[in-house]
Design a protein around this ligand. Structure first.
Ligand SMILES: Cc1ncc(COP(=O)(O)O)c(C=O)c1O
Length: 396
């Protein structure tokens, strides 16, 4: 494995805010210059050297012809290798389909494995495009909200069992879960999967955050739960969240059986998906194969930031309900007890000049919540938190 000289968070502390604002990505451009953005799931950290080198090589060689990355250097092989090394999950590269992005995959899968008005299960609150996918394809939301057990959000298998009917065809699982940061335990996954087997539902598991697990938790890929479960599971993932390259548009779908793969092909021909951009492929392969030291360093920083948010909320904003995320760089904050004069998203945007994600987008019962992205420098994170606390103190 290539060593990586970058210690991203030290570099980041030296990265002036003007440089971040100078980026052309959505995170730093959505809001006016006096707003600190802590919303979309991009990290402010500079990307890993191996990723940068892979892109530089393409640029230096002006190598922009149609890609021919087969065998060892293919995205499929790099994915299979990483799943084996990281999770002990044996993947058949033949059952891997490259795509530009996870949400494209989600749309294509919902169109393939369900029909208009069929029920599709989701655990809310949820990453908003899950809901949009159902709305825009005319599928019926079968909402199985995560339950608050007083210490964290947990799967409510009984609620799900009551709600599934004969026209509930699919189960969309987000694990690790965005926005709660929960890493579902084997028993929780099994409860979901067993019901899927019993009711003949196809499972789609979004595991995009699986590399971002904090100490004490372990990610279990849905497709490792047994042959019968794997055979009805499509896993969708990418290197874009953990290695901070979402703009490069490269992801994979893994079909747990050739039968699922064939059913998919009958509805969505490969050419409809298009081919993945070679820049995204080379960057992803480099990230998965060579950038683990970078990710290890980032995780140290994210853990410190996660705990910083937790301590700050406990000490300065104790009315906010916040459970420590077990994964992701996202904090889910329920502001109900703050008794704010307006929805918390607008309150913090207008009065704190902090751009968060609006909880209302994450499901029917989340209007009182906001999502905060803490993948930034200590300085910026402190400023975000201070601004929020100050606005709350001044609210009356
Ligand atoms: C759970 C989850 N799935 C999918 C995505 C987006 O994936 P893509 O940009 O590849 O569509 C995100 C982005 O934050 C996410 O958090």
């Amino acid at each position: 494995m290539t060593s990586d000289r970058t210690i991203p968070f030290e570099e980041l502390e030296e990265l002036p805010i003007e440089a971040l604002r100078g980026r052309r990505g959505t995170k730093w451009n959505r809001y006016p210059a006096d707003v600190l953005p802590a919303w979309v799931a991009d990290m402010d950290f500079p990307v890993a050297e191996p990723v940068q080198r892979a892109i530089a090589e393409l640029v230096e060689q002006r190598d922009y012809g149609y890609g021919a990355r087969t065998g060892e250097v293919s995205l499929e092989a790099a994915f299979a290798e990483r799943m084996d090394r990281t999770f002990g999950w044996t993947v058949d590269p033949e059952l891997v389909q490259p795509v530009a992005e996870l949400i494209q995959a989600l749309f294509a899968l919902v169109l393939t494995f369900s029909e208009r008005d069929d029920g599709v299960v989701i655990q809310t609150p949820i990453y908003p495009p899950f809901l949009t996918t159902l709305e825009q394809t005319g599928r019926r939301l079968v909402d199985n909200p995560l339950a608050d057990d007083g210490a964290r959000f947990v799967l409510d298998a009984e609620d799900l069992r009551r709600k599934v009917d004969d026209r509930t065809r699919m189960l969309l699982v987000c694990n690790p879960h965005n926005p709660s940061g929960r890493v579902l335990e084997r028993a929780e996954l099994l409860a979901l999967a067993e019901l899927a087997v019993e009711r003949d539902m196809v499972i789609v598991c979004d595991e995009i955050h699986a590399d971002l697990i904090y100490p004490g938790r372990r990610h279990v890929p849905m497709a490792t739960l047994g042959e019968e479960i794997a055979a009805r599971t499509i896993t969708i993932t990418s290197a874009t969240k953990s290695f901070n390259i979402p703009g490069l548009r490269c992801a994979v779908m893994h079909f747990g059986s050739s039968e699922l793969r064939e059913r998919f092909r009958r509805v969505i021909p490969d050419r409809l998906l298009g081919q993945v951009n070679v820049v995204g492929v080379d960057a992803t392969v480099a990230a998965w194969r060579q950038a683990q030291p970078w990710l290890d360093a980032v995780m140290v920083r994210l853990l410190a930031n996660r705990d910083r948010v937790g301590r700050f909320v406990r000490d300065e904003l104790p009315q906010i309900r916040h459970y420590t995320p077990e994964s992701t760089y996202l904090a889910w904050l329920d502001c109900r007890a703050l008794d704010l004069p307006e929805a918390p998203y607008h309150f913090f945007l207008e009065r704190a000049r902090v751009g968060l994600n609006d909880g209302a987008d994450f499901g029917p019962a989340s209007q009182s919540c906001v999502r905060l992205n803490f993948a930034t420098s200590e300085t910026i994170l402190d400023e975000v938190l201070e601004r929020m606390a100050e606005a709350v103190r001044a609210r009356r």
